[in-house]
Design a protein around this ligand. Structure first.
Ligand SMILES: [Mg+2]
Length: 133
């Protein structure tokens, strides 16, 4: 596994487990830092879809932020596989793709929201709040 892939210890103090998936280290850190949610505890990060599936199986996240363009396995394929494992999972796609068709495809595969890059902390937190509703 690459350095992008990490499993964090879940101490159970928060209600929902969060996994961040993005091939950019800067973007993973950005999402991690701007997460203002008291209910969400980060349990893992991954740098591509293959790693995301491995981390998902180990940590059983409730909420996932998902990049679309990544090496090895892209976000669209990863969303399908994660939803097959856990239909109740909440997935927020965070992608630079302004392509509406791709966003629609992600939603069809089971994603629950879409946030366009670049974004502000406020936009991210609102998108996650919408996801949790
Ligand atoms: Mg990417």
């Amino acid at each position: 596994m690459s350095a992008a892939s990490k499993v964090m210890h879940y101490n159970g103090k928060k209600s929902f487990k969060l996994m961040i998936v993005d091939d950019s280290n800067i973007m993973r850190r950005r999402i991690e830092r701007s997460n203002q949610f008291n209910e969400l505890e980060l349990v893992g990060t991954a740098g591509n879809g293959v790693e995301a599936l491995e981390i998902f199986k180990k940590t059983d996240p409730d909420v996932v932020t998902m990049d679309l363009t990544m090496p090895q396995m892209d976000g669209i394929e990863c969303i399908s596989k994660i939803v097959a494992l856990k239909p109740a999972v909440r997935i927020l796609v965070i992608s630079a793709l302004a392509d509406k068709a791709t966003a629609v495809e992600a939603m069809e595969k089971g994603a629950n929201g879409f946030l366009n890059k670049p974004f502000t902390d406020r936009q991210l937190n609102e998108a996650i709040a919408d996801l949790m509703r």
